[in-house]
Write a protein that binds this ligand. Structure first.
Ligand code: SAH
Length: 349
């Protein structure tokens, strides 16, 4: 047992901050015992803030049309095997109607960077959702847009925005994205979103190609400094029609460990146990919660499009992953001592 590493975990829990080299030490030195210790502290601190509550978000995958060409992503522009779709405003409203009846009080509109979703269309849609469901939060996850666009959407009533930074290391960012996509632009978007008063989510993939503990340490430092309201992390999973189609997937163990460290960095962080985690392991979702996550985002998209939103291979979309099977999800969470709640689930300040 390496006492120094256990002491570093204690220090993180007390100070919510470590140096880059200490984060790296923790990542390199991970053992089952160390991870179990980090998880126990993470669960304890989360319990103090959120009790045993797990927040749910209805995820509506509004479009798989994307002008970008991210090397890891199955809906990248160059993937000609992807059957493209987007949902109409009416279809999205129908998803919200179903979701509301099921007890969802946050709707997440996520999709590729699809020019169909103009500011005008989105603003009208957001206003209609907020009128119909004033007690619900609207979260957008539609990629990079101008500050003016983010401002319009915010004024129309959008509450939150998810934009994963993907990696906090610029050189690594350029290895995962085509030259046309710039790290600085990603950061500009995140800053703008925060300044405009959104609850902001960043996030990264675990085990993406070329990633080492040095990049992950930077991700942790970035979360510490940027202090987002949410942070989405999940294992990288190869998608066979992409340039990274034969790369190795990230692991359950490292993802769960990082969830625990993130919880200790920012105790009130909204931390989803992601679909990707549920995809690489049958109990991934539960294990994520037990490591310190407190959010799950079941799929509320129309059945007919779920298979088409194929960010990575074998992405799960049925069983407790599906919004209509909320009872199954609630049962699985109850079996590990957690309660799925009907609430907006804002960050506890
Ligand atoms: N266009 C939006 C939504 C992208 S999809 C945006 O830019 O934010 C949501 C997330 O899925 C991405 O941010 C990425 O981190 C993740 N993702 C994409 N491909 C993946 C893969 N192969 N494995 C794991 N996660 C992936």
């Amino acid at each position: 047992m390496n006492k120094e590493l256990f002491a570093l975990i204690d220090r993180l829990a007390a100070d919510h901050s470590l140096s880059l080299s200490q984060y790296r030490q923790l990542i390199d030195g991970r053992t089952e015992e160390l991870a179990a210790y980090a998880a126990s502290l993470a669960v304890k601190v989360r319990k103090e803030i959120y009790g045993n509550q797990v927040f749910i978000r209805g995820l509506i995958e509004v479009s798989n049309i994307c002008k970008n060409d991210c090397l890891y992503c199955g809906i990248r522009r160059s993937n000609h095997h992807c059957q493209r779709y987007h949902l109409s405003a009416e279809e999205i409203l129908e998803c919200c109607r179903e979701g509301y009846a099921l007890g969802f009080r946050t709707f997440v509109l996520q999709g590729g960077e699809d020019p169909y979703f103009t500011d005008e269309l989105l603003c009208n849609l957001i206003v209609r959702i907020k009128e119909a469901y004033p007690d619900c939060a609207v979260t957008l996850s539609l990629g990079e847009r101008t500050r003016q666009s983010y401002e319009r959407l915010r004024n129309a009533g959008a509450d939150r925005y998810l934009l994963r930074h993907e990696t906090a290391d610029e050189a690594h960012y350029q290895k995962l994205h085509p030259a046309a996509m710039k790290f600085g632009e990603r950061m500009r978007c995140l800053r703008d979103l925060k300044e405009l008063g959104y609850q902001v989510g960043c996030g990264f993939m675990v085990g993406s190609p070329y990633q080492t503990s040095a990049e992950l340490a930077k991700d942790l430092k970035f979360v510490e400094e940027f202090s987002p309201d949410m942070c989405g992390i999940g294992p990288f999973i190869p998608q066979s029609d992409t340039p990274f189609g034969t790369e190795k997937a990230g692991t359950l163990e490292l993802t769960c460990y990082l969830l625990s460290l993130l919880r200790l960095i920012k105790p009130n962080l909204l931390l989803p146990s992601t679909t990707a985690l549920g995809t690489i392991h049958p109990s991934g979702r539960e294990l994520g919660i037990r490591a310190g996550a407190n959010v799950v985002m079941p799929n509320l998209s129309p059945q007919s499009v779920r298979k088409k939103y194929a960010l990575y291979d074998n992405k799960i979309s049925d069983g407790s992953e599906a919004a209509e099977c909320k009872a199954e999800l609630a049962g699985r969470m109850a079996s590990i001592g957690y309660e799925v709640v009907t609430a907006r689930g804002d960050i506890q300040k």
